[in-house]
Design a protein around this ligand. Sequence first.
Ligand SMILES: [Ca+2]
Ligand SMILES: [Ca+2]
Length: 474
Amino acid sequence: MRLPALLFTASLSVCLAAPNGQWDRFRGPNGSGLSEEVGIPTEFGPDKNVVWKTALPEGDSSPVFGTDSIFLTGFEGDKLFTISLDRKTGRVKWRREVQRTREGFLREPNNPASPSPVTDGQNVFVFFQDFGMLAYGPDGNELWRIPLGPFNNPMGLGSSPILAAGKVIQVCDSETDSYILAADPKTGKILWRKERPFALRGFSTPVLWQPPKGNLQVLIPGSYELKAYDVETGEIVWYVRSLTWQLKPTPVMDDDTIYVVGWAGESDLGEQEDLPTFDVVLAEHDANKDGKLDLEELSHLKGPEEAKRVFFNVDLDRSGFVEDRDWEHHRRKKAVVNAVQAIRLGGEGDMTESAVKWRYYKTLPNVPSPLLLGDVLYLVKDGGIVTALDKKSGEVTKQGRLREAMDRYFASPVAADGKIFMAAETGKISVLEPGPQWEVVHVNDMGEEVWATPVLTDSMIYVRTRSALYCFDE
Ligand SMILES: [Ca+2]
Ligand SMILES: [Ca+2]
């Protein structure tokens, strides 16, 4: 059973785990981080259980696996690399290079090679943010490119491309002019493109859902809303207005529910403010009556220090003024709440009233995606705090620290063979026995930073560190 067939024929309910070693996109099958492989080693490190190690340029993207190749991206200064490795030996088959031509927004911890590639088995599709998209054939022959950007996202972009029903899908969410596009993987021709005017900076990689009737859908957690797009037309089918404003993790799903994590600064429960509308603010503070607020006028409202601090974030279009759109988003950002929530899949139009099954507001990860294994939803956040939630009730079954890895976390957890792997920034990789009362069984140390999400396939674990890709087997 291969996943693409499953996607077209039936619900994804039964099996999201990777059959046949299929790990073709960010975080494997439909972004789940799950694999059906067995024989994955518990203990590994630079000197333990190494099958091979291949030196790589820097990059936080995760490797994806084609039939015979492993594809990765990387960068060095303004050079952007796409690399193909032999799946068995790790030998570099080819490496292609393009030049980053634009000094776009890009701030730590993001870098030019953060989004992961996607492969159809033979060809690879990559997204280099404000350079655009590239496709290479099996021998590294460039098939096409789509120039994109510049983007107005102060952090740079982070969403990875996915393949869906014979299309390459890319989400480009930034403070202005956000959109989603679908391109023909053979030609790079844009099949449809839909503006997302409500969306601000976003980083989540979408997932796919096949409803009982109708076309496959692309589900995107973005600012304030989870939206479901018809993959054939790009039309929005249903949406739920219960999200915070800056989304990073990839959601996970079971047969009837999607679990969405969103955390943004100053939006934790209790930090909400009910700000006046723009008309009201203008009436009081628009001293020169030009219908917008400059820094000085905003200072009367906020105080000079606070005004300076918030101006960059509020002035979304970088016009030097706060206009109506800027202020309305500022109001919305101040009203939303960070949460992990269980949202019932499906419907038509606005499903907000009936779709949200539960929400949990504390100890939310910033970057790492959640992991759903059995009836338990796992979260890992900075400080090594792991929270296990009952997926039906949203109640915490266990919360605790990974005591040997109380670091920052950028990689997302993955699981196979009765083990959960959580990789900390410092390169400590904790192995957990899953369950409502999870336990740490071992902690590995890669000896250098790990930001990329590990891969579980071919009964091995693949770990990209700051300088190399490792393949480990027992
Ligand atoms: Ca003014
Ligand atoms: Ca503005």
